[in-house]
Write a protein that binds this ligand. Structure first.
Ligand code: NAD
Ligand code: MG
Length: 387
């Protein structure tokens, strides 16, 4: 049986690597849907190569171009955010890979779960915003949420065969990003170009900035809490600059299991798409002889405040992680546009968490409203700063 995959965000870093995996395993996988926000050229190129039945272009201004470019094919072209909620439900979609970035992943993921589609989840923001809603819904529908994030894939792999054994702790590894070892004074003036230079991974702009600020690890802490049903106190973060140990699980007897490999997202992508089977791959192998040492150190939460803010948001619960996420999306965008400095991103997050309206048991509508109002608040903060 060939698995037919809908890729939301096919033109991004995860999306393009997923297509490379699918191409390598064309006997096992096919593409049913491809979607992109604005990179119309690449979307068209991918559609011609992989023959989905449908493509979605988010940006309305690009619709005519995509429609015209695919007019000689039988591929249907749809447009806009709402089309994402529609395409994930099609009968010929066997798995939905959420490789789009940010809050935009939430509603299509909810729809896909309601339609009973297994989710290969790269879009961590969805679980950060509304894990309390997503996980019970997935359980109710009997839908697996298969992590693509390398740390969570590692934990997921460590937990195979351990379903009856309680987790004592999960330990997430972090590369530390390009500013590891720097102090606050060093970070005041860092530029967008410096922050975009990740030492070990090539990724989209948003997650690369999140990695530089340790926000990515903060989001992953919240993602892990929901995926593996653990409390904030059961999650540790350790900085491991070589990015070889992808994460670890500690059990009640003190035993720790880890998953290792070279940093290559194709491995966790392939594992999620192929689950429960491992599939042959010719990815370069890790060799201990190439590494004199694997090192581990404590994260510097004084300098990288976002990690602490994420733990606070997780402990507070309710819509606080949604506030954190919305503020962060505005903060990263403003930093990428040179409107605010690197350290001011944390100030903005803390302000929104402090001033946002807290709701202890939000509904889906509450999450949607929280996202909206937090973005307005954050945008105003950025605007005031500019004048
Ligand atoms: P990216 O910026 O490279 O790609 C994002 C994709 O989403 C693009 O195809 C883009 O067209 C689409 N998109 C952007 N905004 C959209 C919107 N508003 N609506 C619909 N589609 C939109 O991002 P990426 O690095 O591939 O990351 C994607 C997701 O995977 C993120 O949630 C990220 O945290 C997660 N992730 C990425 C990596 C990685 O190595 N890149 C690793 C782990 C997790
Ligand atoms: Mg990760």
């Amino acid at each position: 049986m060939i698995k037919r995959i809908a890729i939301l965000g096919s033109t991004g870093s995860i999306g393009t690597q997923a297509l490379a995996v699918i191409q390598q395993h064309s006997d096992a996988f096919a593409v049913s849907v491809l979607t992109a926000q604005s990179n119309a050229d690449l979307l068209v190129e991918q559609a011609i190569k992989f023959h989905p039945t449908h493509v979605v272009i988010g940006d309305e201004a690009k619709y005519a171009f995509v429609k015209n470019a695919l007019s000689g094919t039988d591929i249907q072209v749809l447009v806009g955010a709402e089309a994402l909620e529609e395409v994930v439900c099609y009968e010929h979609v066997d798995v939905v890979l959420t490789a789009l970035v940010g809050y935009a992943g939430l509603l299509p993921t909810v729809k896909a779960i309601k339609a009973g589609k297994p989710i290969a989840l790269a879009n961590k923001e969805t679980l950060v915003v509304a894990g309390a809603l997503i996980m019970p819904l997935a359980r109710e529908m009997g839908v697996p949420i298969l992590p693509v994030d390398s740390e969570h894939s590692a934990i997921f792999q460590c937990l195979m065969g351990e379903s009856h054994n309680p987790i004592e702790k999960v330990i997430l590894t972090a590369s530390g990003g390009p500013f590891r070892g720097k102090k606050r004074g060093d970070l005041e003036q860092v530029t967008r170009a410096q922050a975009l230079k990740h030492p070990n991974w090539t990724m989209g702009a948003k997650i690369t900035i999140d990695s530089a600020s340790l926000m990515n690890k903060g989001l992953e802490v919240i993602e892990a809490a929901w995926l593996f049903d653990v409390h904030a106190s059961q999650i540790d973060v350790v900085v491991h600059p070589q990015s070889i140990v992808h994460s670890l699980v500690q059990f009640e007897d003190g035993s720790i299991k880890a998953q290792l490999g070279l940093p290559d997202m194709k491995l966790p992508i392939q594992f999620a798409l192929g689950y429960p089977n491992r599939m042959q791959a010719d990815f370069p192998r890790f060799d201990f002889k190439d590494y004199a040492s694997l090192t581990f150190e404590q994260p510097d939460v004084e300098t990288f405040r976002n990690l602490g803010l994420a733990f606070q948001a997780l402990e507070k619960g309710g819509n606080m992680p949604c506030i954190l996420n919305a503020a962060n999306e505005v903060a990263v965008d403003a930093f990428l546009k040179d409107q605010i400095g690197f350290l001011q991103m944390s100030d903005l997050l803390a302000t929104c968490m402090d001033q946002g309206t807290f709701l202890s048991s939000p509904s889906l509508e509450d999450y949607i409203n929280t996202d909206k109002t937090t973005r307005i608040m954050a945008q105003e903060w950025v605007s005031k700063l500019k004048h």
